[in-house]
Design a protein around this ligand. Structure first.
Ligand code: PEP
Length: 249
């Protein structure tokens, strides 16, 4: 049985006020046993979020980090710092990081290992671009991104991962993959995982990301291989995000 996870990626948005408002709004939420919920604000809000989310069902996530342990890396944040502020989840390989900051599969793999080493849960983001989809390369691209990480991990590390399938053409565009399209690719991911380890395929959570909203979440989450959502835009509004979490519970 896989507990659904809904994770809200605020990207470069938010404020201390928004953090406080989320803490207050989720304080009385009682879906904690049926669904796990994480909010992933920008770095500066982590301390305020750790405080505001205490006693609520909201776990804390970070959007990226530097896999090196410490040193002369101006502007960077390491995994131990995230742990110190109560972070549980960290996004790795988000398409915006791959596209705009040049993160390669090798970088992604290094981050996943560093996150696991620090006790964080990496949310490995994978997904094809529109050109790749139109060229019929979705399966190869997505499984290639998954394999690039999984092949370097021990069995005990693999089982601690979450994978988010996020078709790049659906992120921030308002165009959501249909439930059937999302299920088709996510079913391929789970089938591939089973070739490594049947138990892993049964337990590893697969999230869908890409214009998930209150109006389409239930239909997406009803698919057999969709165990939750990575939500961008709709995670910024309390009512929308709350409704998505309720759809999963
Ligand atoms: C994301 O950034 O991971 C995402 C899914 O964004 P949106 O929901 O806005 O498409």
């Amino acid at each position: 049985m896989r507990t659904p996870l809904i994770a809200g990626n605020w990207k470069m948005n938010g404020s201390v006020e928004r953090v406080r408002a989320f803490g207050e709004a989720f304080a009385g939420a009682d879906f904690s046993a049926a669904v796990e919920v994480a909010v992933i604000p920008p770095f500066p809000y982590l301390p305020a979020a750790a405080q505001a989310f205490a006693g609520t069902p909201l776990a804390l996530g970070a959007q990226t980090f530097n896999p090196l342990p410490a040193g002369a890396h101006t502007g960077e944040v390491n995994a131990a710092m995230l742990v110190e502020f109560g972070v549980s989840y960290v996004l790795v390989g988000h398409s915006e990081r791959r596209q705009h900051y040049g993160e390669t599969n090798a970088d992604v793999c290094q981050r996943v290992c560093a996150a696991l080493g620090a006790g964080l849960i990496p949310v490995l983001c994978v997904g094809e671009t529109l050109d790749e989809r139109n060229a019929g390369a979705t399966r190869d691209v997505v499984l290639g991104q998954v394999a690039a990480v999984m092949q370097h991990l021990e069995a005990s590390q693999r089982e601690r991962l979450v994978i988010a399938y996020e078709p790049v053409w659906a992120i921030g565009t308002g165009v959501t993959a249909t439930p059937a399209e999302a299920q088709a690719t996510m079913g391929e991911i789970r089938t591939w995982l089973a070739t490594l380890d049947n138990a892993l395929a049964e337990t590893l959570r697969l999230l869908y990301g890409g214009s998930m909203k209150a109006s389409n979440a239930a239909e997406l989450l009803a698919q057999p291989d969709i165990d939750g959502g990575l939500v961008g835009g709709a995670s910024l509004q309390i009512d929308d995000f709350f409704a998505i979490c309720q759809s999963a519970g």
